[in-house]
Design a binder for this molecule. Structure first.
Ligand code: C2E
Ligand code: MG
Ligand code: MG
Ligand code: MG
Length: 291
């Protein structure tokens, strides 16, 4: 039973298991079924170029529409999958589904990068790079068109497996992005060593950039540091025009957030992107960027 439920490190008879854990295990069983039955869905949120307003990439975000509980947030079920050894199956499903979607968009004339998120467990997964490489090949996607987002705290883990995956993904030609940056206290020297191409400023700084001068100072410092290291910078969680104004002024490269688009279905994204890149785009940009 223990083996079926989780990875090698998890014991079903863990003493610390409480009522809460039992609820988690119930959810876990349902999640396993959802993977098997293909009942999960990827949503996509665009990243947009801060200068042109064009879509540059779509970030895949996992959605689970539970039959009785409704949509459950990945912030809830991903930690459970991580804890009980289901992240591997879940993550592999995401890799396949995202690459398949990227191919379909390309066939429909939409060109942009694809971004996926990788968890702590996935970074320790022995065959993760092989999985990604295979999914890219099967869908004839150049590795350089894929971005893998890894949170700063996971990127900082100096376990051999994590750092090895980092290096191997870099070697494959996939772009690496440091997600939720600014909360993990990584050192300058350390950041310089990572083969990353992109840095995403954590939403907590963006949230206060227009109201709190120390948040503004942080964002300014992060941008200078990142640009000195030749990293592109994405601001996540942009919700207001006043935030956008500051980010553009400070030289942020890309923007992402509800101000532009919420995560949406693949069909909706296709329509959104065609709308943006087609006739309505200039007006959209004029209103957002004051062109
Ligand atoms: P993340 O990668 O940092 O993704 C950004 C989160 O912020 C997403 O939440 C997104 O819906 C939300 N967001 C985007 N714009 C705004 C905004 O303007 N305002 C606010 N308040 N929120 C915004 P979501 O989809 O619930 O995902 C939460 C986290 O779960 C992600 O954070 C990521 O770490 C993880 N995650 C999601 N999908 C996957 C996946 O397929 N694989 C892995 N390993 N992790 C995933
Ligand atoms: Mg992300
Ligand atoms: Mg993030
Ligand atoms: Mg986050």
């Amino acid at each position: 039973q223990a083996k079926r439920l989780g990875g090698s490190s998890f014991s079903f008879y863990d003493r610390s298991m409480d009522g809460d854990s039992r609820a988690q295990i119930e959810l876990l069983a349902e999640l396993r079924q959802a993977i098997e039955r293909d009942a999960l869905q990827l949503y996509f949120q665009p990243k947009i170029d801060a200068r042109s307003g064009q879509i540059t990439a779509a970030e895949a975000l996992l959605r689970w529409n539970h039959p009785s509980r409704g949509v459950i947030s990945p912030a809830v079920f991903i930690p459970i999958a991580e804890r009980f050894g289901l992240m591997r199956d879940l993550g592999n499903w995401v890799i396949k589904a995202a690459c398949l979607q990227a191919r379909s968009w390309r066939e429909q004339g939409l060109r942009m990068r694809l971004a996926i998120n990788l968890s702590a467990q996935q970074m320790r997964q022995a065959d993760i790079v092989e999985r990604i490489s295979t999914a890219l090949q099967e869908n004839r996607i150049q590795p350089s068109l894929l971005t893998c987002e890894i949170t700063e705290s996971v990127a900082m883990e100096d376990t051999h497996a994590t750092q090895e995956t980092f290096r191997a993904l870099g070697d494959l030609g996939v772009h690496l992005s440091i997600d939720d940056f600014g909360t993990g206290y990584s050192s300058l020297a350390y950041l310089r060593q990572l083969p990353a191409k992109e840095l995403k400023i954590d939403r907590s700084f963006v949230a206060e950039i227009d109201t709190n001068s120390s948040a503004l100072t942080m964002v300014d410092a992060i941008l200078r540091l990142a640009h000195a290291l030749n990293l592109r910078v994405v601001a996540e969680g942009v919700e207001r025009e006043s935030q956008q104004k500051w980010l553009v002024k400070l030289g942020c490269d890309e923007l992402q957030g509800y101000l532009y688009a919420r995560p949406m279905s693949s069909e909706a994204l296709l329509m959104w992107a065609h709308g943006e890149q087609g006739g309505t785009a200039p007006e959209f940009r004029a209103s957002l960027f004051g062109e």
